[in-house]
Design a binder for this molecule. Structure first.
Ligand SMILES: Nc1nc2c(ncn2[C@@H]2O[C@H](COP(=O)(O)OP(=O)(O)OP(=O)(O)O)[C@@H](O)[C@H]2O)c(=O)[nH]1
Ligand SMILES: [Mg+2]
Length: 296
């Protein structure tokens, strides 16, 4: 038996969470076309007949953004490197950016073997561009592997899993084979509400909201959930609610559909919007709202 921890790291928006979901064959980590969607590290466990791979999806590493929330996200991502056997460094196949150099430095400093994953190859228009790009990227570091993929379409992902499996140390299972994650249903419910809010809201509002689950009451056939979307300002509250409550209703109904799929039960979802000024730049408030570091 082989068993090991594998971090998925890289810039925001390169497709890390999409990749995790693709590997698991199930939606676990939330995704959106906006950068900085993932805020916490999220474990996704894949168990096969001869191996257990414990993937850790991480927030996109980013230099800019001076709020405490941004610092928390970067710490979450960097802490994940301390405990893994391998890192999947995900980059956008279309171009290597300055921030990729900065991230690579951090990964090298963590002294973990790195597999370079070139994602979104489906977006590379001229296929003959791919080979020179592979060469250019591979010159950046002595990566132990280099795999072009499309996390969205699935191309190359099985090959990537084979490359990963070869690197796992021998060992017994850490999690029972049927376990998918270490995160609670409460946490996953909050994330699904946040995903819909991020997808349906424009501009800066998605970055100034967080979701708290006030109630999670499970009965035989139905789960009663009450979620609060916290925003920074009164004007944002109006935006989240929308004209005649339309937007909040949409966020709620889309989140409920995903929750029912994930929990395999009917969900009754109650939604509220409240204001807590300055929550995203206040270490104490962040902690209260679930942004705490287990091993910090
Ligand atoms: N065309 C294409 N789009 C992709 C692919 N993989 C991911 N995407 C899209 O890229 C966007 C970002 O995907 P995420 O998985 O949320 O990216 P992430 O790296 O987890 O982003 P953060 O959590 O913000 O760090 C989404 O709109 C995805 O649908 C791919 O292989 N091809
Ligand atoms: Mg993500």
């Amino acid at each position: 038996m082989r068993c090991g921890y594998v971090a998925i790291a890289g810039r925001p928006n390169v497709g890390k969470s999409t990749l995790l979901n693709r590997i698991l064959g199930q939606k676990l980590s939330i995704t959106s076309r906006r950068p900085q969607t993932t805020r916490h590290r999220i474990l996704g466990v894949k168990t096969t007949a001869d191996a257990q791979t414990i993937y850790i999806d991480t927030p996109g590493l980013h230099k800019k953004g001076g709020r405490e929330l941004n610092r928390f996200m970067n710490r979450e991502a960097l802490h994940s490197l301390d405990e893994v056997d391998l890192v999947l460094f995900v980059v956008d196949a279309q171009a290597w950016r300055n921030d990729d150099d900065w991230i690579l430095e951090k990964l090298v400093a963590a002294e973990v073997p790195i597999i370079l994953v070139l994602n979104k190859v489906d977006e590379v228009k001229n296929k003959e561009d791919l080979l020179p790009r592979l060469q250019e990227f591979s010159a950046k570091h002595a990566f132990i592997g280099l795999v072009p993929i499309s996390a969205k379409g699935g191309n190359g992902v099985e090959e990537l899993e084979r490359v990963v499996a070869k690197q796992l140390p021998e060992g017994e299972l850490v999690f029972p084979p049927e376990q998918l994650t270490d995160r609670s249903e409460r946490f996953l419910a909050a994330e699904l509400v946040r995903e819909k809010a991020m997808r349906l809201l424009g501009q800066e509002v998605p970055y100034q909201l967080t979701v708290e689950i006030e109630k999670f009451k499970e009965e035989k056939k139905i789960v009663h959930i009450a979620a609060t979307i916290w925003v920074e300002r009164d004007t944002q509250k109006g935006i989240v609610i929308g004209k005649g409550g339309e937007l909040l209703k949409k966020i709620g109904s889309q989140a409920r559909v995903d929750m029912e799929k994930l929990f395999g039960k009917q969900v009754f979802l109650e939604m509220h919007v409240r204001v807590k000024e300055g929550w995203s730049d206040d270490a104490r408030l962040l902690k209260k709202m679930g942004y705490d570091e287990p091993d910090a």
